[in-house]
Design a protein around this ligand. Structure first.
Ligand code: GLU
Length: 206
């Protein structure tokens, strides 16, 4: 049971993501990672180990929005390559859950040569990038009708700064917003600092 955080807003994105991942540590994890959008590019920092190690890696890097993850491996060893976020073309994503048909999808879409990791999540990232041609909603809908399993995804597209997309099936995502920021997470712990009002993202809503 890993953790997911996403943040768009006027605050210190890196600080929010890293502090939130610490609040999610109680769920258990083996690796941690964050991705920041700086308006042009997305940079990824990730490592096997603790959020405190990730904090050192991140240093002064920051962005105008970002996503973060603590991984509890279900498919693939604990390694840098298998840690989230995963990136493929325009897509950077984190995932909580299990994509049950990922092996079938690798052969059906001939993805073997594109894989850097040995886990299930990168398959979803590559497929989403393949389905994406400028419309995130269409691409994410196609992805969710292609994969089988449980998932909570937080997703950024390189060509869409200051936007984070989320979708879920069974695995939870909660969302809150203030006047100038929006936060999503896999549970309520990180949201308390922002607002006492929140909503549970309905299943399959994007
Ligand atoms: N199945 C994914 C993996 O093994 C996500 C695991 C999780 O929920 O942390 O990387």
């Amino acid at each position: 049971m890993c953790g997911i955080i996403g943040y768009v807003g006027a605050n210190d994105t890196a600080g929010v993501l890293l502090n939130s991942l610490e609040l999610l540590e109680y769920r258990g994890y083996d690796s941690a990672g964050v991705a920041f959008h700086n308006g042009k590019d997305i940079s990824i920092f990730k490592c096997p180990g603790r959020v405190s190690q990730l904090r050192e890696l991140v240093g002064d890097h920051n962005g105008s929005c970002g996503i973060g993850h603590t991984r509890w491996a279900t498919h693939g060893v604990v390694s840098y390559e298998n840690a989230h976020p995963h990136q493929a073309g325009q897509v950077t994503m984190v995932h909580n859950g299990i994509i049950e048909n990922y092996r079938e999808l690798i052969s059906e879409y001939s993805l073997e040569d594109r894989l850097v990791s040995t886990g299930d999540t990168e398959v979803a990232a590559i497929l989403l990038d393949r389905f994406y041609s400028g419309d995130p909603f269409a691409a994410i809908s196609r992805l969710t009708s292609t994969i089988r399993g449980t998932y909570a995804f937080a997703i950024m597209f390189t060509d869409r700064p200051d936007e984070i997309y989320a979708v879920r099936h069974i695995s939870p995502i909660v969302v809150t917003r203030t006047d100038d920021e929006c936060v999503l997470a896999s549970d309520l712990m990180p949201l308390a600092a922002f607002s006492s009002r929140y909503c549970i993202l309905p299943e399959h809503a994007i």
